[in-house]
Design a protein around this ligand. Structure first.
Ligand code: FPP
Length: 244
């Protein structure tokens, strides 16, 4: 990573929370005559590089979309491969992340993952639970609508149990039920792979996110392009529905 590039960033105009839809692994692999799964393997390498930049910049929160609630529809061999990759990634990377003071969290359901992966997830979360650096969220078996429904169900139970009244449900009470509880809203949402849509990612949290799309496929996404996105974010005029 080029230090000069990092220095060009205006630290007063940095996003607190960056979310990334890491799209294009399959197309990247197909274009090279490889299996789609080779694209996911290459995608892990990109993720490692981007997390390193996030640590170097001391970003407050980074959330990546690793597996959506809809991704179970993929061919079983690809799903199995992705599960294996998650498991390997957690086991291989957790000590280094811990040393970098990263606090990992998994958002989404994860209860359909194998008991082994669930244990590995819990192990990594526990290992890093007191860390104070980058909040690194991996969205796995995640869907924004599913997250909102789960939050609504929890609140409905609390109302039924008389813990709170329906009138007490505010945006902040609602946010306390989301998987990202305690984290800032998404400031910058990056999507690689050329499509310009949100795909059920962080629907609530991205209400006022700045969107940044690139045609680059995820395995080709570089720290330099990541910095370009951060620089571009610094130029955006954010009004949050108000006027300046
Ligand atoms: C989207 O590309 C990518 C995914 C569904 C999986 C993302 C996974 C990784 C980047 C690697 C593993 C992540 C972790 C956390 C270890 P696609 O397959 O939809 O590509 P396409 O749009 O070209 O078909």
């Amino acid at each position: 990573m080029n230090d000069d590039l990092l220095k060009q960033l205006d630290k007063t105009k940095m996003p607190r929370h960056v979310a990334i839809i890491m799209d294009g692994n399959g197309r990247w692999a197909n274009a090279l005559g490889l299996l789609r799964t080779a694209g996911h393997t290459a995608g892990v390498k990109t993720l490692k590089k981007i997390l390193t930049v996030a640590v170097d910049l001391n970003l407050e929160a980074l959330t990546v979309y690793a597996f959506s609630t809809e991704n179970w529809k993929r061919p079983p061999a690809e799903v199995d491969f992705l599960m294996h990759l998650f498991s390997e990634y957690i086991e291989k990377e957790k000590m280094e992340m811990h040393e970098k003071n990263v606090r990992i969290r998994f958002i989404g359901r994860t209860d359909d993952f194998s008991p082994t992966i669930q244990k590995q997830i819990q192990g990594a979360v526990n290992l890093m639970k007191n860390n104070t650096g980058v909040k690194f969220n991996i969205a796995a078996d995640y869907g924004g609508q599913d997250e909102i429904i789960r939050a609504a169900q929890n609140l409905a139970r609390k109302v039924a149990d008389g813990e709170i009244s329906a009138e007490q449900i505010s945006a902040s009470v609602f946010e306390d039920e989301l998987d990202t509880v305690g984290q800032p809203p998404v400031d910058l949402l990056i999507r690689t792979g050329g499509d310009q849509r949100i795909s059920n990612f962080l629907l609530w949290q991205s209400a006022y996110a700045e969107l940044w799309f690139t045609n680059t496929q995820w395995p080709d996404f570089t720290p330099e392009e990541f910095i370009s996105a951060l620089k571009d974010f610094g130029k955006r005029d954010r009004r949050f529905g108000g006027v300046k």
